[in-house]
Design a protein around this ligand. Structure first.
Ligand code: FAD
Length: 332
C-alpha cells in the first residue's frame, strides 16, 4: 500500500430508507488516520436512490471527494445491482483500497466485491497499528483469544471494520470536498436474485446496539421473570436489556438482545453483567464497554477480571436494592 497515491474509498452504506449507517463515520475516522500515514486522499462512495441530501451532509466530515451513484435499482440493497454499481464506480475511481463498516449488508457484499476484483479481503477489523511505516489491520481470531495483525500486500483490497471499534469522525462546521456523480447502467442487468419481500422486525424498548447503558443478564438470572427485575433497573436509567447466549437459547429473552461472538458487538458507556460468568464468547461482544459493572454470586467468576466495579451476591437481592436507590436519588 505504501507509495500508492490512489485514493482510499469509504463505502457509505444507506440504511432505514435514507440515513447513513453510523459505522460509516467510525470507519471514516479510521481511514482518515490511515490516509495521514500514507498521505492519501479519502473518498466516499454512496450507492442508493435520492441520496443527494445525504451526500451534502457528509461534506461536513473532511472527505476529499464524495462519489454518488444514484439509481432506482439501488433504492434498497440488492446484491447484484449493488455489485454492478460498485464495479462501475470502481472503474472510475480506481482506489487503492475500499473500507466498509462490518454490517449485514457488507457481510454479503464485500466478498462479492473482492471476488469480482480478485482483491484481498479482511473482515471484522477492530483496530489499526503502524509497524515499520505500514498499517497493520487488527482482528480478533480464535474466539477472540488472539488479536492478529494483517498487512495487506496487494492493491486493491477491501476491509470491513467492526462497529464501535473506532470513534466517529469529527463533524466540521464547514462543508468541503467535491461531489462527483457516477452514471451507472443497471437496468439491463438480468438479476438472478429476486427480492420478494422485506420484513422489518419491530423490537420493543431500546436496542442494545444503540444503547449508552446496557443491563445484561446471563444464565444466573434463572427465568424470564428474573429478566423483569433487570428490565426494572434498565427502565430507571433509560438502558437496554441485553443477555448472554443461554437466556436466549432457553427463550427467556429475544435473540436481538444477545451480546457476544454470535450476537451484538457493543461498546456502551456502562455495561452491567449480571449472573454472567464472563466466557470468552461473551467478552468478545462487550469488552470494549467503557465501564463494566459485574454482579455475580461467585467471587471467582472470570467476569470480575474485566469488570471496573463488582458486587458479589445474588442478583435477587442486589438489583432491586440498586433500582430502588436510583429511583430514590432521581426523586430527591
Ligand atoms: P454461565 O457460564 O452458566 O454463568 C452463569 C453465572 O451466573 C455464573 O457465574 C454464576 O455464578 C452466576 N449466578 C448464578 N446464579 C446467580 C444469582 N442468583 N445471582 C448472581 N449470579 C448468579 N455466549 C454469549 O454470551 N454470547 C455469544 O455470542 C456466544 N457465542 C458463542 C459461540 C460459540 C461458537 C460458542 C461455542 C459459544 C458461544 N457462547 C456465547 C456461549 C459461551 O461459551 C458461554 O456458554 C456463555 O456465555 C455463558 O453464559 P452465562 O455467563 O450467562 O452462563
Amino acid at each position: 500500500m505504501k507509495g500508492d497515491k490512489s485514493p482510499l474509498v469509504v463505502f457509505a452504506e444507506v440504511v432505514d430508507g435514507g440515513k447513513i449507517a453510523p459505522c460509516f463515520f467510525e470507519t471514516l475516522h479510521a481511514v482518515q488516520k490511515i490516509a495521514e500515514i500514507y498521505e492519501s486522499k479519502v473518498h466516499a462512495l454512496i450507492l442508493g436512490h435520492n441520496v443527494a441530501d445525504i451526500a451534502e451532509d457528509i461534506r461536513h466530515y473532511g472527505i476529499d471527494t464524495i462519489h454518488i451513484a444514484d439509481d432506482a435499482c439501488l433504492g434498497a440493497y440488492h446484491p447484484e445491482y449493488y455489485l454492478a454499481a460498485f464495479r462501475q464506480a470502481y472503474e472510475q475511481i480506481r482506489p487503492c483500497a475500499v473500507f466498509m463498516g462490518h454490517t449485514l449488508q457488507s457481510i454479503d457484499l464485500a466478498p462479492r466485491m473482492a471476488f469480482d476484483l480478485n482483491a484481498g479481503l479482511l473482515t471484522d477489523c477492530t483496530g489499526i497499528e503502524v509497524d515499520s511505516g505500514e498499517v497493520l489491520f487488527l482482528k480478533p481470531v480464535f474466539s477472540s483469544h488472539i488479536l492478529a495483525g494483517y498487512e495487506m500486500k496487494d492493491n486493491p483490497f477491501i476491509v470491513t471494520m467492526r462497529s464501535k471499534s473506532f470513534e466517529p469522525a469529527h463533524r466540521w462546521e464547514l462543508k468541503q470536498g467535491t461531489l462527483n456523480i457516477i452514471q451507472v447502467t443497471l437496468h439491463q442487468l438480468q438479476a438472478k436474485v429476486i427480492i420478494t419481500d422485506r420484513v422489518m422486525r419491530e423490537s420493543a424498548g431500546i436496542k442494545v446496539d444503540d444503547a449508552e447503558i446496557i443491563v445484561a443478564g446471563g444464565r444466573g438470572i434463572g427465568s424470564s421473570e428474573g429478566f423483569k427485575v433487570l428490565a426494572d433497573l434498565a427502565d430507571t436509567m433509560g438502558a437496554a436489556v441485553g443477555a448472554s447466549r443461554p437466556p436466549v437459547d432457553t427463550g427467556w429473552i429475544s435473540a436481538e438482545s444477545q451480546v457476544g461472538q454470535t450476537g451484538a458487538i457493543v461498546a456502551p458507556a456502562v455495561y452491567f453483567a449480571i449472573g454472567i460468568s464472563g466466557a470468552i464468547q461473551h467478552l468478545a461482544g462487550m469488552s470494549q464497554s467503557k465501564k463494566i459493572i459485574a454482579v455475580n454470586k461467585d467471587a471467582e467468576a472470570s467476569i470480575f477480571k474485566v469488570a471496573d466495579y463488582g458486587a458479589v451476591g445474588v442478583y435477587e437481592e442486589i438489583i432491586p436494592a440498586l433500582t430502588q436507590t436510583i429511583k430514590d436519588n432521581l426523586k430527591a
